[in-house]
Design a protein around this ligand. Structure first.
Ligand code: ZN
Length: 386
């Protein structure tokens, strides 16, 4: 009873807060949106099989947009002002790296292929879900005991795709198949969302479902702050980034946007065994990290930098060689060329199960995108020649 009362009071407080149009959004993430983030991160969304996460995401953004649509390979889009001729995209990728069942031995062990850039070095002794025809099946990456693997003084074996195998408790191929597991079943790690001290969050595949969360939050803020935009806004959660930026390639052609703002993760370079001379100097908790690079539109980037300065959002600039390696490339080079910008969020331990982010970077990246949209119009001059 007391709890209910408390909840109602909090709800009332929340509503008054949204009614007031605030210029600076100091705190962005709400208890509800934080709950969505947790559930979203804990929902497997392997490359090529993203629909579980996509359904959840679509359900979350529905109240904040005028309409939604999906494409044949599962990219999900929420649209504000669908009839506007000028189209702006904010984008993230929805897929997570995973494994494919490749070969089942006579005694029931399962060998794998990569589905995206999963890290073989972290696999031994990890718990996984094998997504078979009868639902998810628990399994583990078996690894020989320290006592038994050092036979005859040979060099110790390192984990490689060829020697890593799953043990799901089945002791024959038949028993494996009886669980609904087949060649082509996808496999995801079990570890999910958690919190560490001082505002740090850990999770599997924050790369790049944190982007999906951030673009959804931008849509929520636009709705709650009753902002009207002079263009159509396409909130795009694209599939299949991890195997070559493919979902973005497809949806860019379908939407034909005039401007695209892409989010992804980038490496925090403060931990051991990373060379700052090569990777630059980026730290979690010190703000979003846009980059310079040929695919990044200089004038659009200048606008983002200007917006950041005016709103006291710290930035950590980077440079990329040739391509960004993100969906930015797909949008920039699609159609006749689309002015695109990449706003990344710093992350530690990419492509492991303990990807780490700082909450303040999530909030400031959402704010940066939000304010950039409010400063953009169809007549914003993005020409390199005047
Ligand atoms: Zn990735």
């Amino acid at each position: 009873m007391a709890k209910e009362k408390k909840e109602k009071a909090a709800e009332k407080k929340d509503k008054t807060a949204t009614r007031k149009k605030k210029d600076t959004l100091t705190q962005v993430i709400t208890p509800d949106s934080y709950q969505f983030l947790k559930t979203y991160i804990n929902t497997p969304s392997p490359v090529g099989f993203e629909s579980g996460g996509q359904k959840l995401w679509l359900q979350y953004i529905q109240p904040f947009v005028d309409t939604t649509f999906t494409d044949p390979y599962g990219t999900a889009v929420g649209v504000i002002n669908p009839d506007a001729p000028f189209k702006v995209v904010i984008e993230a990728h929805a897929d997570e790296i995973s494994w494919f069942v490749n070969y089942i031995t006579a005694d029931g062990l399962i060998y794998l292929k990569r589905n995206g850039g999963v890290d073989h070095q972290i696999a031994p002794a990890k718990r996984v879900w094998i997504h078979g025809k009868k639902g998810a099946v628990k399994a583990v990456f078996g690894w020989p005991a320290i006592h038994t693997r050092l036979g005859g003084g040979e060099k110790e074996q390192q984990p490689k795709v060829e020697n890593l195998f799953l043990d799901c408790g089945a002791r024959s191929k038949k028993e494996v198949e009886a669980l609904g597991i087949h060649v082509g079943s996808v496999v995801t790690y079990e570890e999910g969302f958690d919190e560490l001290a001082n505002g740090y969050l850990i999770g599997r595949a924050f790369d790049n479902r944190i982007g999906g969360f951030m673009i959804a939050e931008v849509a929520r803020l636009l709705k709650e702050q009753q902002q009207t935009l002079p263009f159509g806004l396409y909130i795009v959660n694209a599939v299949q980034e991890e195997i070559g930026l493919r979902g973005a390639e497809m949806i860019a052609r379908r939407i034909k946007p005039n401007v695209a703002i892409i989010t992804d993760v980038t490496h925090d370079t403060q931990t051991p065994m990373i060379n700052k001379m090569v990777e630059g100097d980026i730290a979690c908790g010190k703000g979003p990290s846009p980059c310079y690079g040929p695919a990044v539109h200089n004038k659009l980037l200048a606008l983002v930098e200007d917006v950041a300065e005016k709103n006291n959002i710290p930035l950590q600039m980077r440079a990329v060689s040739r391509s960004t390696g993100t969906d930015t490339d797909s949008f920039a080079f699609a159609n006749d060329g689309c002015p695109s910008v990449l706003i990344s969020i710093p992350l530690r331990y990419m492509h492991t199960t303990v990807e780490m982010l700082h909450k303040s970077d999530i909030e400031s990246t959402i704010q940066l995108m939000y304010h950039t949209l409010l400063n953009l119009t169809p007549s914003t001059n993005l020409s390199y020649f005047d």
